[in-house]
Every structure is written in structure tokens, then in C-alpha cells.
Unconditional design. Structure first.
Length: 193
């Protein structure tokens, strides 16, 4: 028995497994080096303890190369992303204080929340007798007010950066006067809980 143990190296074990697979073996033999360096005598097939751990596998020691993809079940499909909610459309938040979409050739004011809970704004808006553009509904508001730099286009047309705030209460606010139009595009923040 001592002679066999001397030749029972990792390289020899791997060689035997490779030979078995190359000769067309139909069973999957799993040989695992345990925490104390010994070769496990059993296989992991059919072993499903409640903890998910196998007594012969060192936790976090397996990599992607150790997984045979064909033995995995189907990957669950991701939920389709939420569509944009267009401001001013039926059932959506209305524009406030005379604000409207700037031009049909540019994106309309809209928002959505992605799978990670990040709210995205887009669109070009114009007009308004007050700085309050529209109010985001609950679930789409930041936990605390957030300040952003937003592009505005004035007469000429000259471009400038304007202060945009998305308040914890959901109000979307431009603090400086807007010339021709202002952009909401690129504004993102995590929704508050």
C-alpha cells in the first residue's frame, strides 16, 4: 500500500482521469483533493446537502473552468427593462408651469428605473414660468435632493451649463433661467427606499 501512496500524486490522478475521459468513459468520475491533501474516494454527483457544501470541496476553490456547463440548468431570463414614462402623457406626471417638450426632433421628457433601482431621465424641455418642470412619482425619487449640471441652449445658439435639482419630494427643478431649451438627458440617480 505504501508503494501506491508514493505514486498517488496530483499529476498521476489527473492523468488517470484524462485517460478515462479519452477512452470514452460515460460516467463522470470526480476526484477531489481535500483540505488535508488526501484524495477523496467518493464523487460529488448526487450529493446535495442542505448547506450546499460538499465535505470534500474547499469553499471558494472552484472556478469557471471546473464547471461543466452542459450539466447546468437553464439560466433564468432577465425581466424586460421598464419602458420610459413620458412626461405629459396620459397616466404620467404632467408638465408644470408651462413647461413642454422642446421639439419633436429631440427626445421628449421621460424617465424610467432600471433593474438596479437607478432612475434615468431624458429629453429636451422648454418654456416654463417657474423653475419646477414636473414631479416624479413615488418610487422614482432620490432619498435626498440631488444636484446636477445640465446642458441648456440659449439664443444664438449658445450652450451653457445650468443647475438642475431633483428633490427628495420628486420635483425636477432648473434654478437658472433657461433660454431656448434645456436637456434632462444623462441625469441618473438611485431611487430612495
Amino acid at each position: 500500500m505504501g508503494r501506491i501512496r508514493r505514486h498517488l500524486t496530483f499529476a498521476n490522478v489527473v492523468s488517470v482521469i484524462a485517460l478515462f475521459v479519452a477512452l470514452g468513459g460515460t460516467a463522470l468520475a470526480s476526484v477531489i483533493i481535500t483540505k488535508n491533501g488526501q484524495v477523496a474516494r467518493d464523487t460529488i454527483s448526487g450529493h446535495d446537502p442542505p448547506s450546499g457544501d460538499h465535505p470534500n470541496i474547499i469553499r471558494n476553490s472552484l472556478t469557471g473552468k471546473d464547471i461543466k456547463e452542459s450539466t447546468l440548468g437553464p439560466v433564468p431570463a432577465l425581466k424586460a427593462p421598464e419602458p420610459f414614462h413620458r412626461v405629459g402623457s396620459p397616466g404620467q406626471p404632467p408638465f408644470l408651469n408651462g413647461w413642454t417638450n422642446y421639439d419633436p426632433s429631440l427626445a421628449p421628457a421621460a424617465f424610467y428605473k432600471d433593474r438596479e433601482g437607478v432612475v434615468h431621465l431624458k429629453g429636451a424641455v422648454t418654456g416654463g414660468s417657474s423653475e419646477f418642470v414636473f414631479t416624479l412619482p413615488p418610487g422614482y425619487r432620490p432619498a435626498v435632493s440631488q444636484e446636477f449640471a445640465a446642458l441648456t441652449v440659449n439664443s444664438g445658439p449658445t450652450r451653457a451649463i445650468n443647475q438642475l435639482e431633483v428633490q427628495a419630494g420628486g420635483d425636477v427643478v432648473f434654478y437658472e433661467p433657461v433660454g431656448l431649451w434645456a436637456s434632462l438627458s444623462g441625469i441618473t440617480f438611485r431611487a430612495g427606499q
